[in-house]
Design a protein around this ligand. Structure first.
Ligand code: ADP
Ligand code: MG
Length: 213
């Protein structure tokens, strides 16, 4: 077969599934994990320790699908807890990880591991969430999934926070705190609550006045 480096036959990859809350990111991660398990490939699933909504360790979807996972405090812990035999690493709620997650997933992929990441692309104000922009850029495959807008039933790409008293980017919650919304119904409420959400993105240009933005 020639003098090809062996890693060419065990090529690693980075897959990212992103979208708003309730869009089926965790369901899709679990679907990919289950298929890999059927193929008898060794899979390890990680999630940030911060997300304890349903279970201390397991990854659980809103529709109650569940797989066993390891909760880790930092992205480096993923490398520390990795088994030699692992072929696939799945990471849920990847947006909560620190910036080292980029180097960690690159390292894993270079080792020949298939890395499957699922995470929120935007926070409750529609801003890019944590390491997601870079992760999406370095990914080999990206799937952006949508939920259903709770107001009109259209595809929803935004996570609307119903509680306006807490402005921290991270507020772990469920349907008590968040709703999936389409752009129209996300913008509409954000405009109405402009002071609370400080939603509008400033356009930096000297022409701003002339353009009437
Ligand atoms: P995510 O990880 O993206 O938050 P999950 O995979 O945990 O989403 O859950 C997706 C499931 O959530 C759907 O299959 C559906 O059963 C349920 N669900 C609840 N509210 C909505 C909604 N507004 N739009 C779509 N699915 C919803
Ligand atoms: Mg999820």
């Amino acid at each position: 077969m020639g003098n090809y480096p062996s890693h060419q036959f065990f090529s690693g990859s980075i897959e990212v599934v992103c979208g708003p809350m309730f869009s089926g990111k965790t369901e899709e991660l679990i679907r990919r994990v289950r298929r890999a398990q059927i193929a008898r490939q060794k899979v390890q699933i990680f999630k940030p320790a911060i997300d304890d909504r349903y279970h201390d360790t397991n990854v659980v979807s809103h529709s109650s699908l569940e797989v066993e996972a390891v909760a880790v405090g930092s992205s480096i812990d993923i490398l520390k807890k990795l088994y030699d035999t692992t072929r696939i690493v799945a990471i849920d709620e990847v947006q909560f990880f620190d910036e080292n997650i980029i180097a960690v997933v690159q390292k894993l992929a270079r080792r020949g591991i298939r890395v499957i990441c699922a995470g929120l692309d935007q926070d409750y104000r529609g801003r890019a969430f944590g390491p997601m922009p870079e992760l999406l850029c370095i990914a080999d495959m990206v799937n952006k999934v949508s939920a259903i807008c709770t107001v009109c039933g259209s595809p929803a790409t935004k996570s609307f926070r119903k509680i306006t008293t807490d402005e921290n980017q991270v507020l772990v919650g469920e349907t008590d705190v968040y709703e999936a919304r389409c752009r129209t119904h996300f913008d509409y409420v954000a405009e109405g609550e402009e002071e609370l959400l400080a939603f509008t993105v400033a356009i930096k240009s000297d022409e701003q006045g002339e353009l009437n933005l």
